[in-house]
Design a protein. Structure first.
Ligand SMILES: [Zn+2]
Length: 160
């Protein structure tokens, strides 16, 4: 276990790992950091792969987080365009904003792990989509004709 490993316990652990991964020999790692050469060898063989995998995983997670943040920003912009277009009675723009927003919702659902690649239909019960739908219906309430057109278009898209 890493507990008994002088390298895992070492305060300069990260620096050591970088040296071990790089071209520095076990011997110079051992003399530079004051650890035994056999400990370096053991650490390299037994602990380093798991540590690297973990670091890689953390990197992946932070990348996904970043992506999630970007899609959320995109979504709030899309929704504001939708509301503005609706306010101006520009249904064409409103409809394309709806389509954009739908794509964002799908992406958000995928990224937050609510959805895998297969059941795309699940997006219709995702909280983000229901929220969007509510915003949409509320915004279009004063315009029954527009509301009917938008809902009709959405239903047609859902059936596709
Ligand atoms: Zn170790």
């Amino acid at each position: 276990m890493p507990r008994s490993c002088t390298l895992c316990e070492h305060p300069k652990r990260e620096e050591i790992d970088r040296a071990v991964v790089g071209k520095t020999s076990n011997l110079s790692v051992s003399s530079v950091f004051g650890v035994s050469e056999s400990a370096v060898r053991r650490h390299k063989a037994n602990h380093l792969p798991a540590r690297l995998a973990k670091a890689h995983e953390a990197e992946e997670v932070s990348r996904a987080d970043d992506l999630l943040r970007q899609v959320r920003i995109l979504q709030s912009k899309t929704l504001s365009i939708l509301l503005r277009a609706e306010g101006a009675g520009d249904l064409r723009t409103a409809l394309s904003a709806v389509r954009e927003a739908r794509g964002n919702v799908e992406l958000l659902a995928k990224l937050s792990g609510e959805l895998d690649e297969r059941p795309v239909v699940n997006v219709l019960v995702s909280p983000q989509w229901l929220e969007l739908r509510t915003i949409l219906v509320t915004a279009l309430e004063p315009h029954p004709e527009a509301l009917g057109a938008v809902l009709g278009a959405l239903e047609a898209a859902d059936g596709a």
